[in-house]
Design a protein around this ligand. Structure first.
Ligand code: ADP
Ligand code: MG
Length: 328
């Protein structure tokens, strides 16, 4: 099967090409490039993510989950900018043409495209070690893109959902020893949280013009709080007792849970600063099903400070994942 036949068979069709707002895509797959209509008064938001086996995902995986995760992780960056997802491109490098693999991959990709209402508008297909590159395009009202800079002393520090599920989900995905009390449905919940994260697009869009700064938690809470602190030029104070976790995580010892909530990556929940005058919105958001919690506050100063009950302690160098650490 040639490249064109492969694209036609697996990546064309309404499920992928018309998953988002149809008025946006003026020209999709099939030409030298795609054309998007960006409504006037809005800015284009662009982000790229690559997934490499064993670095970004375990070698034991289902192709449908892998595709879902690749798109969800990329879309999460749009959510973190308060953007509306519009379209995406897929740069796929495959060691060989495995039709069963491609069918499953395309199905998972279509499920994610539908969930996040984002249309596939193009890509590239090449042979080589497995690599999945996704570029997402979104839009936001001019000037309202949510950035890492902008948090002010006195702002509330908020997260958009439970923490630690990314790391707990990885333990499930890797088939590690699990607590005997963890139920099958809780195990499945964690598996889904790892392989099919829900990028917080609706919450993100609701934060436009409301939150002062924000990002998605992909490196781990402390590391990403560090990014907020350095970009905004403020200190981030976190209270350990206020960190939210799912019922599934209650089956692990408290010390393990805290370590995961603070340091686990791949959470894909939003972390943002909210002026205290906007506090009432949190209840409103919760009634819409967005489990926003206040986990601390922004203060003048710098760095990340954690209070585990004995007062705030400055957290050392944020321990986010760094691909080139130790490499020459
Ligand atoms: P070109 O040679 O002009 O770069 P290609 O032959 O690479 O074009 O691709 C032909 C068309 O198929 C283009 O519209 C491209 O965007 C699209 N395409 C290629 N690979 C993919 C893919 N994996 N997913 C979606 N669209 C793809
Ligand atoms: Mg090409």
């Amino acid at each position: 099967m040639g490249e064109f036949e492969l694209i036609k068979r697996y990546f064309r069709g309404a499920a992928l090409e018309r998953a988002g707002d149809q008025s946006v895509v003026a020209l999709g797959i099939g030409d030298d490039a795609a054309l998007l209509n960006i409504p006037s008064g809005r800015q284009l938001v662009i982000s790229t993510d690559s997934l490499v086996q064993d670095t970004h995902f375990p070698s034991r995986y289902s192709p449908d989950d892998l595709a879902y995760r690749a798109l969800a992780a990329a879309v999460s960056d749009l959510a973190a900018m308060a953007a509306r997802p519009l379209a995406f491109t897929l740069a796929l490098t495959l060691p060989s043409v495995d039709e069963a693999w491609l069918r499953d991959f395309a199905r998972g990709l279509a499920e994610a495209a539908q969930a996040f209402e984002i249309s596939l508008i193009g890509g590239d297909t090449t042979r080589g070690p497995l690599n999945i590159g996704v570029t997402v395009f979104g839009d936001v009202l001019h000037g309202l893109g949510l950035q890492r800079a902008g948090a002010k002393p006195g702002d509330l520090l908020c997260v958009g959902g439970p923490l630690g599920d990314g790391a707990g989900g990885l333990a499930v995905a890797l088939g590690q020893d699990l607590p005997a009390t963890l139920s099958a449905s809780e195990r499945d919940y964690l598996y889904q949280r790892f392989w099919r994260p829900r990028a917080q697009c609706e919450l993100g869009q609701a934060l436009a013009g409301i939150a002062t700064a924000g990002l998605d938690v992909s490196d781990g809470l402390l590391a990403d709080a560090g990014h907020l602190a350095s970009s905004s030029g403020i200190a981030v104070h976190i209270r350990a007792v206020d960190l939210p976790h799912s019922p599934a995580l209650a089956h692990w010892p408290a010390s393990q849970r805290l370590q995961w909530m603070l340091g686990g990556g791949d959470e894909y929940v939003l972390l943002f600063s909210l002026p205290p005058a906007q506090r009432a919105r949190i209840d409103e958001w919760r009634t819409r099903g967005w489990c926003v919690s206040v986990i601390g506050e922004i203060q003048s100063g710098d760095g990340v400070w954690l209070d585990e009950g004995q007062g705030p302690q400055r957290v050392g160098r944020p321990a986010g994942y760094n691909h080139f650490q130790g490499a020459s």
